[in-house]
Design a protein around this ligand. Structure first.
Ligand code: AMP
Length: 280
């Protein structure tokens, strides 16, 4: 498995593959890989001849400098995991390679970015939109793989593909969890032992809220109960807990048919901000 750090060398490799009519799957990541990422690689391997995994901690999508500075960077371990998983090549550019010039383009996703992550992290989806567009233009994949764990990112990227006619297929993969229910995340590495022991409450509360909604409880009652649960555990500082329509991402007062709603949560656990969601 080759690790490319320049656009030029990656393109030379990919041009050869295209000449041989190979199909290309792209898995964009920020590294510090875990089984969740590997599930995307597995899906990409099933559908494509060649799988490219990008590993790039994209500074333009961080609105919090401390979060960017402390984001785990583990390229050596990541490369071993990717090679074992059967990934064809890694694209791990430097910041200067990705951004020879600071981009001036601003992408506005309208209502999609006024809620949840967009509201809490100003500029985040502009940064995501720019880096994902660059990766799509550099790699020119037939398919690109994203995780449901970042539900709002999926909506934003899907809008990008439609509005800018990227001509690729988006494949959305389910959230991979630890045995105790905690959604796998690179940021879990930053939790201390005490925080890690508390972290599974996030999914416990999500799952219980989902059950209650399915059982007919009112949305506002379930939200109040869930917020109370987070307040009871002092290590949590809840950012949002919302029941939304999966298409518009807007909050709903009543739930729709199966598959049309999600419960989304973002909370600080100590200094670490974690997100999770379930679709129901
Ligand atoms: P990240 O490196 O956190 O930017 O994530 C890269 C990709 O992996 C994104 O599409 C994420 O949604 C996806 N991902 C992250 N965590 C998980 C998980 N636990 N299960 C499935 N996909 C995930």
């Amino acid at each position: 498995m080759e690790v490319f750090t320049s656009v030029k060398s990656l393109r030379q490799f990919l041009d050869q593959q295209v000449l041989q009519q190979k199909t290309i799957g792209l898995v964009p990541t920020m590294g510090a890989l875990h089984e969740g990422h590997i599930s995307l690689i597995d899906a990409a391997k099933r559908d494509n001849d060649i799988v490219i995994c990008s590993v790039f901690v994209n500074p333009t999508q961080f609105n919090n400098p401390e979060d960017l500075a402390k984001y785990p960077r583990t390229l050596a371990e990541d490369s071993i995991m990717l090679e074992t998983a059967g990934c064809s090549a890694v694209f791990a550019p430097s910041v200067e390679e990705m951004y020879p010039e600071q981009p001036v383009l601003k992408i506005n996703f309208g209502e999609l970015e006024t809620v949840m992550e967009g509201a809490s992290r100003p500029g985040h989806f502009n940064g995501v939109g720019i880096v994902v567009s660059k990766l799509f233009n550099i790699v020119k994949p037939h398919r690109a793989y994203f995780g449901q764990k970042d539900l709002q990112q999926v909506s934003v990227v899907s809008q990008l593909v439609t509005d800018l006619a990227f001509g690729l297929e988006l494949i959305i993969c389910p959230t991979v969890r630890e045995e105790d229910g905690l959604a796998m995340s690179s940021r879990n590495r930053r939790l201390n032992a005490e925080e890690r022991a508390i972290a599974p409450h996030i999914y416990r509360i999500l799952a219980a809220a989902g059950e209650d909604l399915r059982g007919g409880k009112k949305v506002y009652e379930v939200i109040a109960w869930a917020k109370g649960q987070f307040e009871n555990i002092k290590e949590f500082t809840l950012d949002y807990f919302e029941v939304i329509n999966i298409k518009s991402l807007l909050s709903v007062e009543h739930i729709g048919p199966p598959g049309s709603n999600a419960i989304c949560v973002a909370t600080f656990l100590g200094p670490v901000r974690l997100i999770d969601n379930i679709i129901f």
